[in-house]
Design a protein around this ligand. Structure first.
Ligand SMILES: Cc1cc2nc3c(=O)[nH]c(=O)nc-3n(C[C@H](O)[C@H](O)[C@H](O)COP(=O)(O)O)c2cc1C
Length: 270
C-alpha cells in the first residue's frame, strides 16, 4: 500500500456523508483489501462491509451513510490492539481512495451492530465505522462534536515522546520525525491520545496512559484500540519510508508513571 503517510496526515473523522452509495469498483477494492489485512499481534480480526439499510445500522452522530464496516476479535490479550491496527489500516486505505470514515465506539446501538456481525460470546466487536463519500459541508452536529473534543488539537511532541525514560522529552530529528508525526495525528477515543513512546537503545517502546472509564466487557479496553491505531500509523509509515519494522511484546521494565502500561516494542530495522 502506498500513500499511507499522506493519508495519515490528511485524514479527519467524517460524520457527514453525501448520501451516495459507494461506487461498485470502490466497494470491490475495499472487499479485496480486507482479504489481505494483517496485524503484528497475530490475533485474527474479521471485518465485514454491511449495508446500513439492510441491517438497520445507524449512529446519532453520523448522517448520509449507506455502508458500515464492523468486525470481531477474540477476547484475548492484545485483541483490542490487533483490532485497532487492522481496522485503521483499512480506513487509511479507504482515505487514499477518497472514502471517509469515523471510528465509533460509543455513539451507536451496539446490539444492532453485534447482531449484524453475528457476534459470539468468545468475541468482541470493539468499534465500527461508516464508509462513504464526505459531504461538502459538515453538519452542525459534527461541528459541535469536533469542538467538544478539541478534534483539531493534538498534544505536543514533548508530552508524548521520551528519550531513555519518561523523565526526558525526545529530541525529534532525522528520518523518524515523520513516523512520530503520523502517531501524533492518529485518531483516538474522545481525542485522549493515550499513546506514549520511549526510545531506548534503538527500540521504540509503546505505552498506554490509561484514563478512567474506557474499559467495558463489550469493548475491552478502548484505549488499547487507540494504541493499535498509533502502532498502525507508526509501522505503516515506517514501511513506506524504507524501514522494516518489527513488533515484539517484551516489557523492558522502564519505570513508568502511575497508570501508564507497557504495550509493545518496535524495532525499525532497514
Ligand atoms: C477507538 C475510538 C472510538 C471513537 N468513538 C467515537 C464515537 O463513539 N463517536 C464519535 O463521534 N467519535 C468517536 N471517535 C472519533 C474521535 O472523537 C476522533 O478521532 C477524535 O476526536 C480526533 O478527531 P479526528 O479523527 O477528526 O482527527 C472515536 C475514535 C476512536 C479512535
Amino acid at each position: 500500500m502506498t500513500g499511507i503517510y499522506d493519508a495519515a496526515m490528511a485524514r479527519r473523522s467524517v460524520r457527514t456523508f453525501d448520501g451516495r452509495p459507494l461506487a461498485p469498483e470502490d466497494r470491490e477494492k475495499l472487499e479485496a483489501f480486507i482479504g489481505t489485512l494483517e496485524n503484528p499481534f497475530g490475533v485474527p480480526v474479521q471485518l465485514f462491509l454491511l449495508d446500513a439499510g439492510e441491517h438497520g445500522l445507524k449512529s446519532p452522530v453520523v448522517s448520509g451513510e449507506k455502508l458500515y464496516v464492523a468486525g470481531t476479535v477474540e477476547k484475548v490479550p492484545h485483541g483490542e490492539e490487533a483490532y485497532g491496527y487492522a481496522l485503521e489500516t483499512l480506513l487509511l486505505y479507504a482515505k487514499s481512495l477518497g472514502i471517509g470514515s469515523v471510528w465509533i465506539g460509543g455513539t451507536m446501538k451496539r446490539e444492532v451492530f453485534e447482531k449484524a456481525v453475528g457476534l459470539t460470546p468468545d468475541k468482541r466487536m470493539p468499534c465500527v465505522s461508516p464508509l462513504g463519500y464526505p459531504a461538502k459541508k459538515m453538519s452542525v452536529r459534527e461541528v459541535i462534536m469536533r469542538k467538544g473534543v478539541g478534534a483539531d488539537e493534538r498534544k505536543k511532541p514533548q508530552e508524548l515522546f521520551f528519550d531513555g525514560d519518561f523523565g526526558k522529552p525526545l529530541d525529534i530529528e532525522g528520518d523518524t520525525e515523520k513516523l512520530l508525526e503520523a502517531v501524533r495525528r492518529a485518531p483516538s477515543a474522545v481525542n485522549r491520545q493515550p499513546w506514549r513512546i520511549v526510545l531506548r537503545d534503538g527500540l521504540w517502546y509503546f505505552y498506554e496512559k490509561k484514563d478512567k472509564g474506557y474499559v467495558s466487557d463489550a469493548v475491552g479496553d478502548m484505549q488499547k484500540v487507540d494504541l493499535g491505531i498509533a502502532l498502525c500509523h507508526f509501522m505503516l509509515s515506517a514501511q513506506e519510508e524504507g524501514f522494516a519494522p518489527m513488533l515484539t511484546v517484551s516489557d523492558p521494565g522502564i519505570e513508568s508513571p502511575e497508570g501508564v502500561e507497557y504495550i509493545a516494542s518496535v524495532s525499525l530495522g532497514r
